[in-house]
Ligand binder design. Structure first.
Ligand code: TXA
Ligand code: MG
Length: 347
C-alpha cells in the first residue's frame, strides 16, 4: 500500500485537504493524524475491516481497547448508556483536550473497539486538524497512537512514517504535537474514580472538579534493585525505544555513582551510551548527555522525541535519571517505568 502524505496547516487546516483524508476514512481506510498529545491512527468505528486493518498495521494485540475520538459533545450520547454528572463537569472544564473518559458503552459501539469490555474510552481532541478530520468524516474515529505497538508514541508525522509507511493509507502532517505524551485516561465506572494513565491533565486538576480520585500504580514493584519484574498485566514493554533503558530514582548521590559506574562499564564493552536528565549535575563525561528541558511540560514534550532520536543514532543503552513527579512529570515517570529494562530505586 502506498502511504499518501498530506501537509496541512496545524491551526487553519484547508478543508479540501482534510476532505481527502476524511473520504479515506469513510471508505474504510486508515489515516495517521495529529492531535495535541501524540499522533493517532484513525479508523471509522463502524467499519470492522478498517478496525482490523488498524490492529494489523500497529501489530497491536486484540485485547487492548481503543479510544473513540469525537468532535462534538453531541456525538458522545450515542456511544454511552449514560453521561453522569461528573462526566459533564469534566467535559465542561477539559474538553476539547487531553482527557479520555471511560464510561459504560452503548450497543452501538462494536466490541472489537472495546476488546469485549462493557466500557468505552472517549476523548475529544483539541487539535484543529483532528477536529476537522472527525467532523468532516462525519463519524466517531477510533484512534490509538500511530506507532508500531510497544514503541514510543509518535509526536510528528515523520515518526508515523518511520513506523507505518506502506501500512496506512494516508498521513496528515500537521506539525509537532504540543503535549508529547498520551492523554490522561480516567475511569468513571470504578469507585473511587481511577486514573488509569496519567497525562497532561493532572490528578490534582481532576480532584479539584470531582473530589476523590485514585491513581493506578505505574511501578512494576518497589524496593531496592528491581530488574525486570514480570507480572501478567505488564507482559510487554510499552513506549520503549530499541536501546536498552536503565532508569534510576532515589538519592541523587547514589544515582550519580551508579550512573558513572554503569557508563564506565558499558563503554568498556564498546556500547554507545546516552544519559537523559534535566539536571546538569548528573552528566557523565565520555558519553552523550541529553538535557530534557527545564519544565515538566518541556520534558513531556521531548520524551518520545529524544527516545526516537537516540534510536536513530543507534544508541545501545540509555541511562535515565528519574524526573520530578510534579505536574506532567507523573506521566513522564509512568511512561519511563513501563519502558525501562532495568528500574531501580536507590535508597
Ligand atoms: O492521547 C491519546 O490518548 C492518544 C491520541 C491519539 O488520542 N491515543 C492513545 O491511544 O494513546 P492508545 O490506544 O495508544 O492508548 C489507549 C489506552 C490504552 O492504554 C488502553 O488500554 C486504554 O486506553 N483503554 C481504552 N479503552 C479502555 C477501556 N474501555 N477501559 C480501560 N482502558 C481502556
Ligand atoms: Mg499507544
Amino acid at each position: 500500500m502506498k502511504t499518501r502524505i498530506i501537509s496541512v496547516h496545524p491551526k487553519k487546516p484547508d478543508r479540501k485537504k482534510i476532505e481527502k483524508a476524511a473520504a479515506i476514512l469513510r471508505k474504510g481506510g486508515i489515516v495517521g493524524f495529529p492531535t495535541e498529545t501524540v499522533y493517532g491512527l484513525g479508523a471509522g468505528i463502524f467499519s470492522s475491516s478498517a478496525i482490523k486493518k488498524l490492529f494489523k498495521a500497529k501489530g497491536r494485540p486484540n485485547d487492548n481497547p481503543l479510544i473513540v475520538h469525537i468532535a462534538s459533545k453531541k456525538q458522545l450520547k450515542a456511544l454511552v448508556t449514560e453521561v453522569p454528572p461528573v462526566a459533564v463537569k469534566l467535559m465542561k472544564k477539559f474538553w476539547p483536550g487531553p482527557l479520555t473518559l471511560i464510561l459504560y458503552k452503548s450497543d452501538l459501539v462494536p466490541s472489537s473497539i472495546t476488546a469485549g469490555l462493557k466500557t468505552v474510552a472517549v476523548r475529544m481532541p483539541a487539535h484543529p486538524v483532528a477536529r476537522a478530520l472527525i467532523r468532516q468524516a462525519n463519524m466517531p474515529v477510533a484512534a490509538p497512537s500511530a506507532n508500531r505497538s510497544g514503541k514510543p508514541s509518535p509526536t510528528d508525522a515523520g515518526h508515523v512514517l518511520d513506523d507505518l509507511n506502506h501500512r496506512v493509507d494516508c498521513i496528515l502532517d500537521g506539525g509537532a504535537s504540543i503535549v508529547g505524551l498520551e492523554s490522561t485516561v480516567l475511569d468513571l465506572t470504578s469507585k473511587p474514580y481511577m486514573v488509569l494513565r496519567p497525562g497532561a491533565i493532572t490528578v490534582k486538576e481532576i480532584r479539584k472538579i470531582i473530589g476523590t480520585v485514585k491513581v493506578y500504580p505505574s511501578r512494576r514493584g518497589t524496593g531496592r534493585q528491581l530488574d525486570r519484574v514480570k507480572s501478567p498485566g505488564m507482559k510487554y514493554r510499552h513506549y520503549a525505544p530499541k536501546a536498552r533503558l536503565f532508569l534510576w530514582e532515589g538519592r541523587p548521590n547514589r544515582i550519580r555513582t551508579v550512573a558513572q559506574r554503569n557508563a564506565a562499564s558499558l563503554l568498556r564493552q564498546k556500547q554507545k551510551v546516552a544519559l537523559v536528565t534535566t539536571d546538569l549535575s548528573y552528566c557523565v563525561s565520555g558519553i552523550q548527555n541529553v538535557l530534557m528541558g527545564s519544565t515538566a511540560a518541556e520534558v513531556g514534550r521531548n520524551l518520545y522525541l529524544v527516545l526516537r532520536m537516540l534510536d536513530r543514532e543507534k544508541t545501545d543503552v540509555i541511562l535515565a535519571v528519574g524526573f520530578e513527579e510534579k505536574k506532567v512529570g507523573l506521566a513522564v515517570m509512568n511512561r519511563l517505568r513501563k519502558a525501562a529494562d532495568r528500574y531501580s530505586v536507590l535508597l
